[in-house]
Structure formats: C-alpha cells, structure tokens
Design a protein. Structure first.
Length: 174
C-alpha cells in the first residue's frame, strides 16, 4: 500500500497526509501509538482496592470501550499483539510502559516475584487480545456479560481446582 492509497482510504488528499508523515510506516506508527495510548488510558483509569477489583474494573472498562467503538462512538482499539509486532522503537517503548502499568494493577504488597508478575500480566494482556478473535460472535449489547468470562478465567488460575492458590489475580475468588 502506498501513501496515496493510505490517503484515499482515509478520504484525504495525499498531500494532506504527506504534510505530517513522510512515509506510510510513519502513519502506521502514529496509529499504533494512538491505539496504545487508548489502552494505557483504560489501564490507568482502572480502580479498586485489590488486584482482583482493579483487573475486574479494567476488563469492564475494556469491554465497555469496545462496545462504544462498535457503535461508532469511540475509535477502535489496537490489539496488543499487533502493537508488539511493529518493529519501532517508539512503539516498543510505549508498549513497555503499557505493560508496566498493567503489571502494577496486579501488584499488591510486593509478594509476587518479577517473573510471576510478568507471567500474570502477559495472561491479562492476552485475554484482552483474544477479544478480537471472538467478538464477531457477539452483539455489543452482550459485551457486559462476555466481560465476566476473562475475569473468571483469570481468577480461577491454571487448571481450575488443581491449584486453588494460583489465581492470576491475587485475592480473586474463582
């Protein structure tokens, strides 16, 4: 795809795009950074006294935002895995900040080691990523109900019942 193709897709003249971006890759980087900023805003606005409450709030906010985006009331979010696929230093730095902020949602009192906190964060981000794979099977009115599924999965931990103390979200009831 050329820069004029990108401009045509956006309904703009090529010169309008070229004024701000020299290459189509620069447009892609800007789009990914914008999408990542929206994800980071969701993470940063998540509230709760416990990790479980904060993650539950994040998931509810994420699904609510996705419903608004589907209705055309908000810009689409970029998939976390799509963001990581870009080979761009600014995107890599922004993703690292997003990941750290997401990991902080899971922190409580420092009882999690770095490796375990990172693993739990990857699981949480992965749950958000997979939304795009199955959202075509849902109507936006069902997103509230669907938001309970990833939280249940994260709260139950690996192999539900075998490791009752290993929920991804510390303090969560399965």
């Amino acid at each position: 795809m050329t820069l004029p193709d990108v401009a045509a897709e956006m309904g703009l003249a090529p010169k309008a795009i070229a004024y701000y971006f020299r290459r189509k890759e620069d447009v892609a980087v800007a789009a990914f950074l914008s999408g990542l900023d929206r994800l980071a805003t969701l993470v940063g606005s998540s509230r709760g006294a416990t990790p479980a409450a904060r993650v539950s709030d994040l998931i509810a906010r994420f699904f609510g935002y996705q419903a608004r985006a589907e209705r055309g009331e908000a810009p689409e979010l970029t998939s976390p895995n799509d963001i990581r696929a870009m080979n761009s230093a600014p995107i890599a730095a922004a993703y690292a900040d997003f990941f750290r902020a997401t990991r902080a949602l899971l922190a409580e009192d420092g009882t999690l080691g770095r490796q375990e906190a990172n693993a739990r964060t990857h699981l949480l981000v992965s749950e958000l990523h997979w939304f795009n794979a199955w959202r075509t099977h849902l109507h936006s009115d069902d997103y509230d109900r669907a938001a309970r599924v990833p939280h249940r999965r994260l709260a139950a931990g690996p192999r539900r019942g075998r490791y009752p103390d290993r929920s991804v979200v510390a303090g969560a009831a399965p």
